[in-house]
Design a protein. Structure first.
Lengths: 179, 113
């Protein structure tokens, strides 16, 4: 008997803490985190457990990285792209981050990454709309203006995906720095 | 906007201070956490994610180096001369802070237990 359940994530950049708390609440009811799923998590029916979850970002995590968690009694549950890792531990285990400086480091890395994806998209979006404006003055054929308007809208939609997390990380970092 | 990095300012965070201190002699990475807990009677403990991040920072600042690598899981580190110098400077800085407090306490008649 394999009972599974799908739980949606609010988007890790936006609701990481809430998501982890939610997973912990599910574990109390016997729904144990099994792995990542598109835009969420897969849980499996099991024994109710008092466990907490923590998420870390670490690109190309090596054996040493995981051995530190093992020593600290945190069990690796799942990873996505060897970059996003979820660990579980019994309630009361000391947190995976013990100081503010390294927490800032965690989100700075993610913010930079999202910034790197966003910037070129932002540039092509702005350029497309500029081309549209220029063609509006009759300096370019009308068809070029229409194409650039369409492209601008497409780029803008794509830009939302790294752009929103980027903004979310900025807000989060500002909050952490004020602790 | 550049972020103020305590390592670049020549100051150590408590985490970096204790890691560097326990690496005055070469030690396995995963034993550093335990040795710090023993050293401080469990009053200070470093989470695994903070530990990994700080070790990477100390490495790139050349305050510690890889001592020997038997296998991936058992990397050994040791403080460099630069690391020891910074540690000394940091101890002096902290001693001075304690001295300041003691002076004020003496003047005001505050006694430590």
């Amino acid at each position: 008997m394999k009972e599974t359940k799908y739980v949606m994530s609010g988007g890790l950049a936006f609701t990481e803490e809430k998501d982890m708390k939610k997973l912990s609440n599910y574990a109390k009811k016997g729904w144990i985190l099994e792995g990542f799923a598109p835009l969420g998590f897969i849980l499996r029916k099991g024994e109710p457990q008092n466990i907490v979850y923590s998420l870390d970002y670490q690109k190309d995590a090596d054996e040493e990285y995981f051995s530190f968690f093992e020593v600290a009694m945190w069990t690796r549950v799942c990873s996505a792209g060897n970059e996003i890792h979820v660990f579980s531990a019994s309630e009361g285990t000391k947190p995976i981050y013990s100081d503010k400086e390294t927490i800032i480091e965690k989100y700075e890395r993610e913010k930079r990454q999202m910034g790197k994806y966003s910037l070129p998209l932002l540039i092509v979006t702005v350029m497309s709309f500029l081309l549209r404006i220029i063609s509006g003055y009759g300096w370019l054929p009308e068809i070029a203006g229409n194409i650039s308007l369409f492209l601008g809208e497409v780029f803008l939609i794509i830009l939302i995906f790294p752009g929103m997390p980027y903004i979310a990380y900025r807000f989060k970092l500002n909050k952490i720095r004020k602790w | 906007m550049a972020r103020i990095d305590s390592l670049e300012m020549g100051e150590l965070t408590d985490t970096a201070f204790y890691i560097l201190l326990s690496l005055v002699e070469a030690r396995h990475g995963y034993l550093i956490m335990k040795s710090i807990e023993t050293m401080t009677n469990n009053r200070f403990s470093i989470g695994p994610a903070s530990m990994y991040t700080t070790i990477k920072k100390l490495l790139s600042a050349e305050l510690i180096v890889l001592f020997n690598e038997e296998d991936e899981k058992r990397k050994t580190y040791v403080a460099t001369e630069k690391g020891i110098q910074l540690l000394k400077k940091e101890v002096e800085r902290r001693q001075e802070m304690v001295r300041h407090a003691e002076e004020i306490f003496r003047k005001k008649g505050v006694f430590l237990k």
